[in-house]
Write a protein of this length. Structure first.
Ligand code: C5P
Length: 232
């Protein structure tokens, strides 16, 4: 996969966002607008980033009743974003409402299901009281996303091998929880290096702090693209 990097623009200010983007080229990466930037700056941020030529993954992780999620996904499509995500745990009716709505559009964003957040460990997951362990929940939610017509899932790089065994369809794997060797994991629990995520079949790597807090973000972007090329 060329250009696998999705840079998480986890900022509240548009100035800081534009300062970072000024050093990057839309040819070398895509970007993610999540709750922090969208709630702080709204559609204005989306438009400004698009004007610079970057494709946007709108990471608002919708989770609500089917009609509300469908309408929110359609509103996201109107913004012209490249990728949108919804929580797979919202259930089949919610997932199908969104994917059926996108199937009727001429040009729709990619629709991605969130399985289990990469910040959750097995221990955190047990506390939630779902049946089975975390890995089996990821598997169930990914299979459900696929059979509900979604284009792919967000999962941990640790789950890629398992999912590629149980899902034979063309399906996209978007993996946060990426850290270079020896880096601080921060609040992430199920992490892996970019090398191993790409080798195990990740299509897109969502990376924030490891790039944004580095001395030279554009060199890091370049190194991810080189890894992806060598992995082909
Ligand atoms: O800084 P870091 O690389 O940990 O950022 C990861 C980004 O990916 C954050 O913006 C976070 O919201 C997002 N994300 C995640 N886990 C998911 C979905 C999205 O960490 N399951």
């Amino acid at each position: 996969m060329e250009k696998p990097l999705i840079l998480a623009l986890d900022f509240s200010s548009i100035e800081k966002t534009l300062e970072v983007l000024d050093k990057l080229d839309p040819v070398s990466c895509r970007v993610k607008v999540g709750k922090q930037l969208f709630v702080s700056q709204g559609q204005r941020a989306v438009k400004k980033i698009q004007e610079l030529g970057f494709e946007i993954f709108l990471d608002l992780k919708f989770h609500d009743i089917p009609n509300t999620v469908k309408e929110a996904c359609l509103a996201a499509a109107d913004l012209g974003v490249w990728m949108v995500n919804i929580h797979a745990s919202g259930g089949r009716a919610m997932l199908e409402a969104a994917s059926d709505a996108y199937a009727k559009l001429n040009e729709a964003p990619l629709l991605i299901g969130v399985t289990v957040l990469t910040s959750l460990s097995e221990e955190h997951f047990d506390e939630l009281g779902y049946s089975g362990n975390l890995t089996s929940a990821v598997e169930r939610l990914a299979v459900l996303s696929c059979s509900s017509g979604l284009d792919g899932v967000v999962c941990s790089p640790k789950e890629l091998k398992l999912l590629s065994r149980v899902i034979s369809e063309d399906f996209l794997y978007v993996t946060p929880g990426i850290r270079f060797d020896g880096e601080d994991a921060h609040d992430q629990s199920r992490i892996a290096t970019p090398q191993s995520a790409l080798a195990e079949g990740a299509d897109y790597l969502v990376m924030g702090r490891s790039i944004l807090e580095s001395e030279d973000p554009s060199t890091r972007v370049f190194s991810i693209n080189s890894l992806a090329k060598n992995n082909k």
